[in-house]
Design a protein around this ligand. Sequence first.
Ligand code: PEP
Ligand code: MG
Length: 586
Amino acid sequence: MPTPSDSLERIWSGLPVSPGVSEAVVHVLQDSFDEPPEESIEEHEIESELARLDTAMQKTKQEIQALQKTIETRGDSSEAEIFETHLMILEDVSILDHVRRTVRTKLRNVDSVYHKLMRKHIEALRGVDDPYLRERYIDLKDITQRVMRHLRGEHRADLTFDEPVIIVAHDLAPSDTVQLDRSMVLGFAVETGSVNSHAAIIARSLGTPAVVRLHGLLEGVVSGERVVLDGDEGLLIQRPSPETLARYRQVEAQAEAQDDMLLACSQGPATTADGRNVRVGANGEFIDELDSIVESGAEEVGLFRTEFVYLEDPNASEDALAELYEAVVKRMNPKPVIFRTLDLGGDKLDPLLAAEPEPNPFLGWRGIRVSLNRPEFFKRQLRALLRASCHGPIGIMFPMVCGVEEVTAAKAVLAECRAELQAEGVCMAEHIEVGAMIEIPSAAATADLIAPEVDFFSLGTNDLIQYSLAVDRLNDRVADLYQATHPGVLRLIRMVVDAGRKANVRVGICGEMGGDIELTPLLVGLGLDELSVATGQVPRVKQAIRKLNQTECEKLVDEVLRLCCPKQIHQLSADFAMRSYPELLA
Ligand code: PEP
Ligand code: MG
């Protein structure tokens, strides 16, 4: 029987990471290791259920073998042997027979049967005295997790929706966001997470409200209940009262009116009052975002994060990739698209990387390091990009370079691809601009050495901040130390702008800092040529630039570069912004 509190409004408070308000039903995303619900199946479904198991086994096997090969090529044969054990567990006949028999006789879904059996083995091993055997439970857990992930992946029903939903999850990885039917997702409410996680960035890109750090939420909500998610204040409201709903609808109507006004003047250039033009682009990840990017008035896609379409289908052929990139280029033509080559690693793990956990993924095998270590894989992407260049202007930039050597190595692979395609008679643009992302302090410090090799620099401040301040961008505990206005960060930006100016190389920002209009006076004063921001921010950033005066912004920068306190610098810039465009900050 419902208690009075079951009908009362309940407010959960977290950290807002993507603005806006949505009202929809909750869909709880289960973790791959959570117990899957036990479901009955009909007799005629037995074969398709067992076929799902076979496919998941096959995929897991391929994944482990690929991993084994990678480790062997690195000469680490002892580690490669661990994967022999994993293959033996995976193919253990007694386990598979038991699962198949239970599905057939008890008519239960294969996910729950497999999970239950493996869980029993894991618990049994965990309790034994022998330390060697006890440790083997980790192998069992690893295999179970892999198989469950593939079973879930096959079972897309979990990720497509009949009505608009707000996704509730403990944790949301980029690989989860790519699997969702985004047209039906009106918000993300997550128990963990941070402003700079890729899931939060995606939410901003999609213009979908998101709130993180809603601790304990999974205990309190269930799929199907209606909630309001407030991405401005960081709230999730369960069982909203009619008064609450009315208040939100009013706020929403006001916000829409302001957005419409800004959109109406967003197509023109962003030029400061004293005549300096700053190019404003949008960051994109998915093809379905491109219409809103065009509508926003963005002058280019300043960063196309190719990892996300890659994660949608990691086995896509060169032809499939070329077709996809071509669609992006054609949709944006004549506006350019700057494609960033794959930046896998960190929190964007593909199945291969995920299978080989690293102690510090952000300091590990990431970005250009992965691409240069796997030339065939890198070439598949570069060839596809070159083929797409026939259909409109593109740029190519390399992520996570720490110095000039990686840039020249990547350019050599690009030149090799161009020569191959030329010999094959394939159409390509004559000249494609090449850029380096500057997101590692060593790259910023050697920007003068990198400059002769590139046409542009793009400051990836999300990472530049984390690496220069040694503050993990995903870690809640140190979130207060993640400061875009730290003098160390500003000096690095200044250094890159100076190196760019001397070598006639354009310098832009594609990190989230570029979209924060409290900081626009600083960025204009620092002399950035381009800002590439979340789509929803494009009209605001353009309008902010128009209200500024370059010379005044330079004076502000001279003043703040003498200060040592990040908060004070932030405040001075925010005050300057408030004086220049109060209406945009309201
Ligand atoms: C950055 O680091 O600022 C950036 C744009 O790249 P990402 O956020 O994808 O790491
Ligand atoms: Mg980055």
